[in-house]
Ligand binder design. Structure first.
Ligand SMILES: Nc1ncnc2c1ncn2[C@@H]1O[C@H](COP(=O)(O)OP(=O)(O)OP(=O)(O)O)[C@@H](O)[C@H]1O
Ligand SMILES: [Mg+2]
Length: 369
């Protein structure tokens, strides 16, 4: 039973604020990802949890115990880094046994625990091989196994998959997901890969420049991004953004730019607050754009639509990404793999207002719709 509470954590290195006033609670057994671009403060946050760094201000609690002044070795944490922290000259068995040995665990119990961990991680066949000879995935499994075997209160993982090649990375992502489900271990996982965060986490803390931008489930972070930064960082291909302004007339509200008028009267209450800040950004995910060849349309479509021409198509096998150029704007849409568009083909792009997001131009201001 370990929950982690971070209250008002700030870490400064000289003049640079690496983490700014971070509040985060991680429930017992929860798997939380710290996600954000390079330099946003993920590792610094993790290092404050592990004791490798001392917070400038703020408190960290494991359950009800404030751990700021507790030495790293007494915090009960397990750390796994990007580089494989294993002894390459020792066998997989000895690597897994290491933590138990230095705790004075009896031989028989060590053997039993190591075999159980090897079975669990599916590395039984390589138990007696030198760890330096293992495949990359088995090395990383060994690194995770030797940390898990001592049953840490909190498991801290800093980009453990980023040194792996694409295939091993996919294998290990699935393995981590299985581990997460089976070991029921409070885990904080650092990554800059939004797909890893979306697939593995119970909740994702999205960070930018040392500040927390949103902390919620993958589903909510994806579908209801709290600001433009989050909307842009999560999802691949990224959300499309179109600059526009607000027009209020009678009881209706429209987002307009030189290419289209979108009736967003359903969100009028929230939009009216922005009547004096005309610089807004409309955001639509690629899967919410519909692309139709103009030759397939009997008449010009009505409602919100943009006319453009196909710039490029990227077949992914299960679907295609179509880039459509609309004047100076490039929009990306995902379309069924069965649809075929020619480069330069004239198309119409439509979208449903229910899937429209509206942000202010400043990336960190709260989303409007
Ligand atoms: N020991 C240090 N001394 C000075 N500056 C540091 C130190 N550690 C980190 N920083 C700075 O703090 C900021 C946050 O760094 P941090 O390593 O936490 O980022 P990160 O999100 O883990 O990035 P990455 O994805 O590249 O690992 C960066 O600007 C970094 O240069
Ligand atoms: Mg880092």
């Amino acid at each position: 039973m370990t929950k982690v509470i971070i209250k008002g954590l700030t870490k400064q290195f000289g003049k640079l604020t690496a983490v700014q006033n971070l509040d985060l609670d991680v429930k017992d057994k929860e798997f939380v990802s710290l996600l954000g671009p390079s330099g946003c403060g993920k590792t610094t946050t993790l290092n404050c949890l592990s004791g490798l760094e001392t917070p400038t201000t703020g408190d960290i609690f494991f359950d009800d115990q404030r751990i700021n002044d507790i030495p790293s070795k007494d915090r009960g944490i397990g750390l796994v880094f990007q580089s494989y922290a294993i002894f390459t000259h020792m066998t997989t068995f000895d690597n897994l046994a290491f933590g138990l040995k230095i705790r004075g665990t009896p031989q028989l119990e060590i053997k039993r625990e190591v075999e159980r961990m090897a079975e669990f991680l599916d590395i039984k066949e390589v138990l007696h091989e030198k760890a330096g000879k293992l495949s990359l995935t088995n090395m990383q499994k060994t690194a995770i196994g030797r940390t898990l075997i001592i049953r840490p209160k909190v498991l801290l993982l800093d980009e453990p998959l980023s040194n792996l090649d694409a295939e091993s990375r996919n294998v290990m992502r699935t393995e981590l997901k299985r581990l997460q489900k089976e070991v029921e271990q409070t885990t904080i996982f650092v990554t800059h890969d939004q797909l890893e965060a979306l697939t593995l986490s119970d909740r994702i803390a999205v960070m930018s420049a040392g500040r927390l931008q949103q902390y919620d489930t993958p589903e909510t972070v994806y579908n209801h991004p709290e600001n433009k930064f989050v909307a842009n960082f999560i999802g691949s291909p990224s959300m499309n953004f179109i600059d526009c302004s607000l027009k209020l007339s009678d009881e209706r509200a429209y987002l307009v730019n030189e290419r289209f008028t979108l009736d967003l009267t359903s969100g009028r209450d929230r939009l009216t607050e922005f009547a004096n800040s005309p610089e807004l950004v409309l955001g639509i995910r690629p899967e919410h754009l519909n692309v139709t060849s103009l030759s397939d349309l009997p008449t010009q479509p009505r409602g919100s639509h943009l006319s453009g021409s196909v710039f490029m198509t990227e077949p992914l096998g299960y679907e295609n990404i179509v880039s459509v150029q609309v004047d100076g704007l490039m929009l990306k849409a995902t379309v069924p793999a069965t649809s075929s568009f020619e480069v330069n083909e004239k198309v119409s792009v439509t979208f449903d207002e229910d899937h429209a997001h509206v942000f202010s131009k400043n990336g960190e201001e709260p989303a409007i719709i």
